[in-house]
Design a protein around this ligand. Sequence first.
Ligand SMILES: Nc1ncnc2c1ncn2[C@@H]1O[C@H](COP(=O)(O)OP(=O)(O)OP(=O)(O)O)[C@@H](O)[C@H]1O
Ligand SMILES: [Mg+2]
Length: 466
Amino acid sequence: MIPLSLAQIARVTGGQLCHGDPDAVVSGEVVIDSRRAGPGGLFAAVAGERSDGHDFAAAAVAAGATAVLATRPVTVPSVLVADVPAALAALARSVVDALPAVRIAGITGSSGKTSTKDLAAQLMERLGPTIAPAGSYNNEFGHPLTVLRADAATRYLVLELSARGIGHIAYLCRVAPPRYGVVLNVGHAHAGEFGGLDQVARAKGELAEALPADGVAILNADDPRVLAMAERTEARVVTFSSAPGSDAPVRAVDIRLDDLGRPGFTLLTPEGSAPVSLRLHGAHNVPNALAAAALARELGMDLDGIADGLGAAVARSRWRMEVHQRPDGVTVINDAYNANPESVRAAIDALSHLAQGGRAFAILGHMAELGGTSRASHEDIGEYAARIGDSGLAGLIAVGEEAAPLLDGARRVRSWTGEALAAPDGAAALELLANRLKPSDVVLVKASRAAHLEGVAAALEGEAGQ
Ligand SMILES: Nc1ncnc2c1ncn2[C@@H]1O[C@H](COP(=O)(O)OP(=O)(O)OP(=O)(O)O)[C@@H](O)[C@H]1O
Ligand SMILES: [Mg+2]
């Protein structure tokens, strides 16, 4: 973070300085977890459901923090504000304004934001010092905290922008106005809260609307709702596509998957073509890679650098399409980070590909926040799973609250000969699977964050040594 005195922080946030030296300087990280507070940092106290950050104000200062951002008086140096996220946003905006040379890119979409952000960051780091959020730090806390890590050495900021409602992305774009905006797709993630796909498109399109006339909107030409955002921006539009026959300037042709489901393709740009082999798994990472490529190209990276960088990029965020091969010949796909209808289909496609020489099993939990379409969506996913390959899944183990519709959907496929199994929890799912698995079987583990199936995947992977 660029050094700011407590007096400056109070002025920027409209807060009141208490017990502190106005000239004391914050130069370390701004954090909301007191355990991560360090020398010269600022601890933002947030009242959560289980604990109140204000109770840890003294501990944060004892750990070296210069001061605390708080909404009620504490006994240590602090800046009292009415609203912590708003104060963090104001601080982040002041840092952005003080660093005009930093080029800011925002990435949004229903699925693939983190994957694309991680790919883009690994390209941009080749161009210069880059700040990107850790994991999925993309909301009203994570966003300003990421921006606040920028300093005079920073050249690029790549931000993941998430929305659970209209106006959220517009807000994040005011905190750190992007000049480059990437929109990946409009899908069913949180569609229940939004009230349908058109509302999701309205929200995601706020990124296109926020871009300036000298900015660049990087849009997925394969998603009509995303392509339509070209009408909503003053920025220059650059599209990408992985569909056959597309004339998008950045596209992938000759897409193929290796035995482990890692895509290879020829990257076409107006400058020429280059072969790319991704280390990431799943065909859905092709559009993510194209989006990152289009962004890097706009930032001045040449085609060979992009192709090389994409080929070297690794998965930085956990539990997204991790493919683990056990010594006993079983392959585990850990995609337990989150789930919505599009990402479950993408994962089932990858499962189907990996299981070409063996049997496919899936442990699926519920997809959260789908609203009124939840039951039908789960039935459709069950049906989709039962139809893969020649004979569908060998076994569908449905865990938790939406197990019944998942299994009902699978049973709709009359020709399906696989087993439909319900498990109340992850432990029961593991038990059901244990005496069924054979060498060369492939198992997918996937559910919404709320289902916490990553433990199930870890247990399956952990059996490797036994
Ligand atoms: N382009 C895509 N289309 C469909 N599914 C995808 C795509 N990219 C990633 N996924 C899948 O979606 C899930 C989430 O991926 P990722 O974390 O990159 O998305 P996200 O948009 O950041 O999600 P969140 O909203 O939870 O932050 C993973 O299971 C991943 O395999
Ligand atoms: Mg994310």
